[in-house]
Design a protein around this ligand. Sequence first.
Ligand code: TYM
Length: 337
Amino acid sequence: MNKKRVLSGVQPTGELHIGNWLGAIRNWVELQKTHETFVCVVDLHAITVPHDPALLAKETLSTAALYIACGMDPKISSIFIQSQISAHSELCWILNCLTPLNWMERMIQFKEKSIKQGDNVSIGLLDYPVLMAADILLYDADLVPVGEDQKQHLELARDIAQQRINSRFGSEEQPILKVPSPLIIKEGAKVMSLIDGNKKMSKSEPNEGSRIALLDPPEVIAKKIKRAKTDSFIGLEFGNKERPETENLLSIYAILSGLGKEKAAKDCESMGWGTFKPLLTEVTIDALRPIQEKYVELIKDPTELNKILNDGRRSASEVAELTLEKVRRALGFFNAV
Ligand code: TYM
């Protein structure tokens, strides 16, 4: 039986943080054992906001290296760079012409990000979820493992596939595109900022103290956790709406220590911050150490990384070209005979 297919990606904008790992990459690593897995570094998405050309290629390579350092295995998964496969842009254009503008204007991330850009909002920023739909639909993905914040984008990809392509140009028996399902694993799906438990941990937040980057050295991790916002209640607990920071820090601890929520809550129920924070620091440093060691090894040898990305490009391109061809045919584009 054919394996089900998985596709996902991360933008190479700034340093990846534990939210990206716990909400997304960690799940890819598990899924690759049982699914045909494609993961890309979505560099075309990175230019939807002003970017530094001197950093784009470097951060793209570094993101790919982090995928592998986190456990993605190039022997069983395809790891590739989005912009190296032109089918992404081509399908995006086709989908653009079929997607109503008012669907795009509803996107929460667009609203949030466009506020930050002021008068400088690009069409790319508005169009970003259509490009994301193209990323997914090109690979006939069954499952798209992402964090909570991408749920609305996934719904859009489903609506485009179903309502704008399959029902107009295909038939029920012969759909043109596979309608993907999001995979949002509750534990880790929304890691919050260290300085505000009501805000998502984010690469674009100017205050670096709000996130723990996967490559932060131990002393930086210690400092960030020491400064993380807390509250004045005694003991740690889950489920108290007045304590968003506690919910977040205890959740991170439960995952990174491997104890799980129940045991972590029990162990920490009467702990003060002075005891808990060093403990959280220790498990975070220990959890990130193997990733950091593997990353250093990989980034020293760009030849090996380039080879992995070339192989990934080849296998991804085969699948993407087939889907694009199917769409081109269904929409009636000229084909030389
Ligand atoms: P990006 O680069 O913002 O984030 C990459 C992945 O990390 C997840 N994530 C989080 N999970 C938990 N807690 C957080 N604080 C947190 N912050 C980020 C995101 O949900 C995501 O899974 N549009 C996407 C990239 C993309 C994509 C795709 C993803 C482009 N094409 C196709 C899947 C499939 C984005 O900006 O993710």
